[in-house]
Design a protein around this ligand. Sequence first.
Ligand code: PDD
Length: 267
Amino acid sequence: PYCYAKNGIIDSSAAQIHPMDIGLIRGYGIFDFLRTSNYVPLFLTDYLDRFIRSADKTHLSLKHSKSELAAIIHDLIKKNDLKDGGIRMLLTGGVSDNHFSPENGDLFIFCETLLFPGKEKYENGVKLLSEEHVRIIADIKTTNYAYPVWLSATWKEKGAEDVIYHFDGMVSESSRSNIFMVKDGEVSTPDKHILHGITRKRVLELAPNTKIRPISFEELLQADELFITSTTKKILPITTIDDKKIGNGAVGPTTKKLMADFVEMEN
Ligand code: PDD
């Protein structure tokens, strides 16, 4: 496969990063992740806007304009024959004298194969483990996922798909997805301490009456339906949190309707 690195499109195996890049030694960098559907980079403008905003907020200088990034992505899709796959944009913190300050980092754009959760997970829903945690600078898509990577051993051992973060009694999001709840037909989603997901944005368009509001962990457990949203999971139903069944334990009608509507949106 081909990737973008060192200001050009090269063979992915030739991509390199300096070992002293603060992306590696301090976990300081930003990324974004989108996917193609039948060769079309879905919702590209939203992802590019977020990537540029992340660079801005982390004081990293992205030398490429939005249209330059889009051109590289279209070129890579063609060269890699990427019909349905993932595209990762990565901007590292760079190499600096004090091994701490952000400097001119490197931009990489990779194409990846993309594996969605299995069909049975969409049909039956999955389990999340609750975790007392709040992400820092949550609305910037930084490369710092050390905590959930570390946690994943525990959630896998307990048969969970992922975690749901709560702090001070309030829910924020899952480790790599946003969360929505449905109660008495009303859809709600939290807004604080989250990454503003592009999939979340699409769901808000599909369900414009959604209440964007604080949600307590106690309230979440009493929901009729729950689902998480992300580029790599689309809309994935949650039927268990820890050992508590959500609603009647089956995927609910509002979730099913949104899943079907979202498929329409992708095509
Ligand atoms: N994760 N919240 C966090 C912390 C995320 O990392 C992500 C995305 C989301 C959902 O955003 P979107 O709908 O734009 O994908 C929410 C990517 C997919 C990942 O790290 O794998």
